[in-house]
Design a protein around this ligand. Structure first.
Ligand code: CMP
Length: 144
């Protein structure tokens, strides 16, 4: 059973030239990209995305960071996509992320941890709806 997962390639990853590397790692594991765009996130979108962190001491800095430049937002689809993507990305803290994971190979700090990915089906659906209309999400089959 396919799941949808939502990801953001964070602003400093764009500035470091990692868009292709991140997409390649997802594609290598058979993950299908079904929506993708490069945007400047709005303040409203960041506030919705990180509402559970509103009271945290790192919130203001996280918000500024996410607004510091363009990001790539994407929706992917795969069996057990949430677990698969989070495995490929690695632990939130790059120091705890395994080598071979995206954060384990490129992450600098907990904030500059390269990518965001939703942590549950429910959160993926609500985060997708912050950034995409349903008609922007595409249907097609990957070649075997
Ligand atoms: P992300 O997967 O985008 O989800 C929430 C983000 O908050 C997380 O990755 C980190 O970038 C950031 N974050 C979580 N904990 C901390 C922290 N202790 N200090 C700074 N940023 C944090």
């Amino acid at each position: 059973k396919n799941e949808r997962e939502f990801l953001i390639i964070k602003p400093n990853s764009i500035r470091r030239g990692f868009i292709g590397e991140i997409i390649k790692r997802l594609e290598n594991r058979g993950i299908k990209i079904i929506a993708m765009k490069m945007i400047n996130i709005s303040e409203k979108q960041v506030e919705k995305l990180y509402k559970i962190h509103k009271e945290k001491e790192f919130y203001k800095s996280l918000k500024e960071f996410m607004l510091s430049g363009p990001v790539v937002v994407m929706v992917v689809e795969a069996p057990r996509a949430i677990e698969m993507v989070r495995h490929i990305i690695g632990n939130t803290d790059p120091l705890k992320a395994s080598p071979g994971s995206i954060r384990g190979d490129y992450g600098l700090t907990v904030q500059k941890n390269i990518v965001h990915a939703s942590d549950s089906i429910e959160n993926a659906n609500s985060e997708i709806s912050i950034f995409f209309e349903e008609n922007e999400i595409l249907k097609y089959e990957l070649d075997g």
